[in-house]
Design a protein around this ligand. Structure first.
Ligand code: GLY
Length: 270
């Protein structure tokens, strides 16, 4: 947040090797502020089709407090990603990235993930990933109104321009239920309650990320982020209500989840 903190962080990384050898060499970049947006895209190296936008919630606790995690919940679409910003991203970030990779002889085919920040000076890239995002995918794919296999096949055959990729109207929300202690150390093997025999709850789709089935047919926790309880609705509030209703049916000792997934997005909607 200030120069003093930045200097201390540099010392910790370079002199004290806080992250081992990987922090012996660092890159110093501009400090960016603004809402974050995740945009996954399909590309075959010739055509790039952005997927519907989403918003991750990285901190462990409500109000964006606590430690950074792999993501405690998501909503889609992200209301901070307006049509004008989407156009700017396509012209200034997405297509130039695809073209630059081509000109370096590193044509990328598959799912390219743009982690963006909408700064006062416009959208900027925070990170790229050559993969789907987690838990972004949990809310993006249910909004896809097309055949995912056809899209993959078109990418493989370099014919992505021939596929009509549409998105459902409405919204989707995912609330991650994590093990007590996550993202630090946490226990495993805790019995979970509330599922039907397929590990689902009515009105939602439950993604199992860190669970396992024991020989009695019970679901046990087996990871930090245990499940992603996901629901679609006509609008964001409806999707959130359904997802949280699903969460309320599931229990396991030490379970924790954020109660404010989607609140920032609702505020942005006004
Ligand atoms: N949710 C962030 C990521 O998948 O990298």
């Amino acid at each position: 947040q200030n120069e003093e903190e930045a200097v201390a962080a540099v010392h910790e990384m370079i002199d004290e090797l806080k992250f081992g050898k990987s922090s012996a060499r660092i890159v110093i970049e501009e400090f960016l502020t603004g809402p974050e947006v995740s945009v996954l895209s399909f590309t075959d190296g010739k055509t790039l089709v952005p997927m519907i936008s989403s918003m991750d919630h990285k901190r462990a606790l409500d109000g964006d407090k606590g430690l950074n995690t792999g993501g405690m919940g998501t909503v889609s679409p992200n209301p901070c990603y307006t049509e004008d910003i989407a156009k700017e991203c396509m012209e200034k970030i997405f297509l130039p990235t695809m073209n630059a990779m081509n000109s370096e002889g590193r044509t990328f085919e598959g799912c390219l993930y743009f982690g963006l920040m909408i700064t006062p000076k416009g959208p900027k890239v925070i990170e790229y990933n050559c993969r789907f995002g987690d838990p972004e995918t949990q809310v993006v794919l249910p909004m896809l109104d097309a055949d995912l296999y056809e899209i993959f096949e078109a990418i493989y055959n370099h014919q992505l321009d021939k596929v009509d990729i549409k998105w459902h109207k409405g919204s989707c929300a995912c609330v991650v239920m994590a093990s007590g202690g996550y993202p630090e150390s946490y226990p495993k093997g805790i019995k979970m309650n509330g599922f039907d025999e397929k590990g689902q709850v009515e009105g939602c789709f439950v993604y199992h990320a860190g669970t396992k089935l024991d020989e009695k047919g019970d679901f046990l926790t087996n990871g930090g982020r245990v499940i992603g309880v996901t629901a679609k609705g006509n609008d964001l509030q409806a999707a959130l209500d359904k997802a949280y209703e699903g969460v309320s049916k599931i229990s396991f000792e030490g379970a924790h989840y954020r109660k404010d997934i989607g609140q920032r997005a609702l505020k942005a909607l006004g």
